[in-house]
Design a protein around this ligand. Structure first.
Ligand code: GUN
Length: 291
């Protein structure tokens, strides 16, 4: 193995410590902690783990984190009414509704209903539009974390060839915007891309966010490239045990890449750390606007 392993767990600890300091300053200035409200509808086991982790991590840095767990039978009207209440509450700085939502609830209506200045996921069309126009808004947590990992790798993004595989609103699209904002030459590849392996081989920076275990093989990676693996796929092994793997065949790619993120312990911890950072940013920006 020749690649540098980008330790997202350690970097996330650094970010969390910085947020904790910022939160203490916020409390001293405003007499209350930033507030983050996390909403989970239904009993999806993975979402239950994610939302519990988000709430716990927020409390650990001094944010007032609250988790609302609503039954799977919740109506769209009931969820929108809760969001109205949280939008209007002065002590609430960040609102996050965990996705996916049950079928009877429109994801689009719900994301549109969260106030843009409390949208710590950065999924509201206003925040997506601000990012696309190179203006300041709230940036989705996972791509934000990927940019920090690229900085850790010492990536010189200006003029470099970056390829993003996956075009989701949550990761792929905002990731491409951030790389473009850093003056990289960006290609977006996706399920309909022809010669995907060939496109990946052109990348000095390769970000993969597809959700397919071991999609990117070692011979898809340009020697010396920086590889950011956003995938989190649970696979079952021959002995019946399960294991978490990324979208990149790690052992193969690590022989070729200059630097690579592991799964787990790469991008995952950065997503939560950036959510905490976004909550502090949202709190500070909203209060600054009011004064
Ligand atoms: N589901 C999977 N990833 C995410 C995320 O980053 N935010 C929310 N709200 N839901 C998700």
């Amino acid at each position: 193995m020749s690649a540098t392993i980008l330790d997202g767990k350690k970097l996330a600890e650094t970010v969390r410590a910085e947020v904790a300091t910022g939160v203490a300053e916020f409390v001293a200035a405003h007499g209350r902690p930033p507030g983050l409200e996390v909403v989970l509808v239904g009993e999806d086991p993975a979402s239950q783990v994610y939302t519990r982790n988000k709430q716990k991590a927020s409390t650990e840095v001094g944010i007032r984190g609250k988790l609302h767990t609503l039954p799977a039978s919740t109506t769209e009207g009931e969820l929108l009414a809760l969001l109205d209440r949280l939008n209007a509450d002065e002590t609430v700085d960040g609102i996050l509704v965990q996705l996916p939502l049950p079928k009877q609830i429109s994801e689009q209506k719900v994301l549109d209903a969260i106030r843009a200045d409390k949208d710590v996921d950065g999924f509201h069309p206003v925040n997506a539009g601000l990012l696309a126009s190179g203006r300041q808004g709230l940036v989705p947590c996972t791509p934000r974390g990927c940019m920090k990992l690229l900085a850790l790798a010492g990536a010189k993004l200006e003029g470099t060839r970056a390829v993003v595989v996956g075009r989701s609103n949550i990761v792929g699209k905002p990731m491409a915007q951030l790389l473009l904002g850093a003056n990289a030459t960006v290609t977006m590849a996706h399920s309909r891309t022809k010669d995907l392996a060939e496109r990946c081989r052109e990348a000095d920076v390769l970000v993969v966010a597809v959700g397919k275990a071991d999609l990117v093989r070692g011979d898809w990676v340009k020697p010396g490239a920086i590889v950011i693996d956003v995938g989190m796929n649970r696979i079952t092994l021959a002995d019946g045990k399960s294991k978490l793997v990324g979208d990149v065949a790690f052992e193969e790619a690590a022989k070729v890449a200059g630097a690579i993120t592991p799964v787990p312990g790469g991008v995952g911890p950065m997503t939560i750390a950036c959510l905490l950072e976004n909550t502090l940013i949202a709190a500070k920006q909203r209060l600054a606007k009011k004064s």
